[in-house]
Design a protein around this ligand. Structure first.
Ligand code: NDP
Length: 501
């Protein structure tokens, strides 16, 4: 006992008694002067920070990215050179559920990676799917509202989801993936990750190449059916946390093969699809994936809140040799992710240890919440503006990327006009065997419980355009699950629309 560390207040003063508060007499009341009690209660009141609006429920671990291939002719990024080994952090998540949501839910999984490179942090904030539901960021908040709770009932609303999807044909590709086997992975070790957006690589000669990043699970794919997931959730709501933490704790380190698809800059205009459209993949036949290395997760965090809840990933974090593309969704996320962290964690969220680069930072940002840079990160108190004569840090022109060659008139271009939203979901549908198709139909029918008939019919018309078997398969599954006949209205759900009927 004698050599145990002694408790202190947060100001470092010794705490003489952590069992009994100070009261005026044995029966109370407590005194205002019991600052240790007040400090303890006020800290408890502040333990929660705002949960993420999306991707609130998450699981994470540290690891290493090892580069074994050679793509040095495409990029000068130090972390992508042959033989490079870069420490990293991964955070996986579901999209719609709140922080306490069950893990085994049908939902897209976030696949966010932070690489602590010699040139600062490089973040790839991807998903377990190569595409997304919308291609124009102006639709993103609307889409997320349909996934979250109805403002009046406070319930999730299948009506809102299918209303939005059926009015947004660009969602078909992602809806098909979400409702397929891969829409409910057993855990995060048994799923792929995709950078999803098109990024770019640039080399020492100033040449730019478009790139897609892929992370292929070496554990194999594993999914649950809806019925299996219901069983799991009945037993544990933390199945993914248990799996990821448990496997790393046992020394079973999950690995992903890292691949890139590379498109020469001038080829962007030659395809029928827009290579910067987040609802589209680049077919492997056009751009075969190139193996470049392995990502392994091998260390659990010591403190979930400090290292995973506080982890802040943003596509704005790029390093020399890696850059952006015209992808509209990417451009919006470059703003909105960093903005979300400033709101959620504070202005200087990148000074929190898990977010802190492994290289020294040297900037002229001043003051602000959570400024733990010792006041100013220039190494000299007189160098608090730029340019200065006090040896303050200066720009590094070697980090200047080649110009992004884009041109066009500023306008609101209709992203639905003339856009083929059906061929790629069809290519995916054609990859499914009959069992996979049957489960797809059944999952969609299950998710449509309580949705008004006109919305179902609008969605069926979209499935028909992907493949006649798709629409008809869902019709048959709707009949089996809900006794649904064309244009009939099932009224089994709790949506406000049904309540009004
Ligand atoms: P490919 O046949 O070359 O596509 C193969 C890709 O499809 C692989 O990445 C594979 O992932 C994935 N895939 C295979 N079976 C399934 C399944 N049951 N559910 C989900 N994904 C599956 O043809 P294309 O490149 O032309 O792509 C065809 C369709 O495959 C696309 O429209 C898209 O929906 C989907 N896809 C394509 C990807 C791409 O980058 N081209 C990436 C992922 C999906 P794995 O290797 O892990 O088995």
């Amino acid at each position: 006992m004698a050599d145990r560390r002694k408790m202190t207040t947060s100001a470092g003063a010794p705490v003489p008694d952590n069992q009994n508060s100070i009261t005026a007499g044995e029966r109370g009341p407590v005194l205002m002067q019991d600052y240790q009690l007040i400090e303890k209660l006020s800290h408890q009141n502040r333990e929660r920070i705002p949960e993420r609006t999306v991707h609130a429920k998450g699981w994470g671990a540290y690891g290493t990215l090892k580069i074994t291939g050679d793509i040095s002719k495409y990029t000068k990024a130090k972390a992508l050179q042959p033989g490079a080994e870069t420490p990293m952090l991964a955070r996986f998540s579901t999209v719609a559920g709140e922080q306490g949501a069950a893990d085994a839910e049908r939902d897209v999984r976030g696949f966010a990676l932070k690489f602590y490179t010699e040139d600062g942090n490089w973040d790839l904030v991807g998903n377990n799917t190569p595409v997304f539901f919308v291609r124009d960021p102006v639709k993103f908040p609307d889409f997320i509202h349909t996934q979250k709770r109805h403002p009046k009932t406070n319930l999730r609303s299948p009506t809102a989801m299918w209303d939005f999807w059926s009015l947004s044909p660009e969602s078909l590709h992602q809806v098909t993936i979400l409702m397929s086997d891969r829409g409910l992975p057993t855990d995060v070790r048994h799923m792929n990750g995709y950078g999803s957006h098109t990024y770019s690589l640039w080399n020492d000669k100033g040449e730019r190449f478009w790139v897609k990043f892929h992370f292929k699970t070496e554990q194999g794919h594993r999914h649950w059916t809806n019925a299996e997931a219901e069983d799991v959730v009945g037993k544990t709501r933390e199945s993914t946390q248990e799996d990821l933490y448990g496997s790393i704790d046992k020394g079973e380190f999950p690995r992903w093969k890292v691949q890139v698809q590379i498109m020469p800059e001038e080829e962007a205009d030659k395809h029928s699809y827009n290579p910067f459209d987040l609802t589209k993949v680049w077919p492997h036949a056009d751009y075969p994936p190139i193996d470049i290395g392995v990502m392994e997760l091998n260390r659990n965090p010591e403190n979930y809140f400090a290292e995973i809840e506080n982890a802040a990933f943003s596509p704005s974090n790029i390093v020399p040799g890696i850059s952006f593309s015209p992808d509209k969704m990417l451009q919006a996320r470059i703003f909105s992710y960093a903005d979300a962290h400033r709101h959620r964690l504070g202005t200087h969220y990148e000074s929190i240890p898990v977010n802190r680069p492994h290289v020294e930072v040297a900037h002229y940002h001043r003051d602000g919440q959570m400024n733990t840079y010792g006041g100013i990160a220039t190494g000299n108190p007189d160098a608090y503006y730029e340019p200065n004569s006090f040896n303050g840090p200066v720009q590094d022109e070697s980090a200047q990327e080649p110009p992004l060659k884009i041109s066009g008139d500023a306008d609101r271009y209709n992203h639905r006009e003339g856009n083929d939203d059906f061929s790629q979901p069809r290519a995916l549908f054609n990859l499914f065997d009959q069992g996979q198709k049957d489960r797809l139909f059944a999952n969609i029918a299950a998710a449509m419980g309580g949705v008004p008939g006109e919305i179902i019919e609008r969605q069926l018309a979209l499935f028909d355009q992907v493949h006649a078997d798709y629409g008809n398969g869902v019709r048959a599954a709707l009949k089996a699950a809900h006794g649904y006949e064309a244009n009939a209205v099932p009224v089994t759900g709790n949506t406000p629309q049904n309540a009004a009927e």
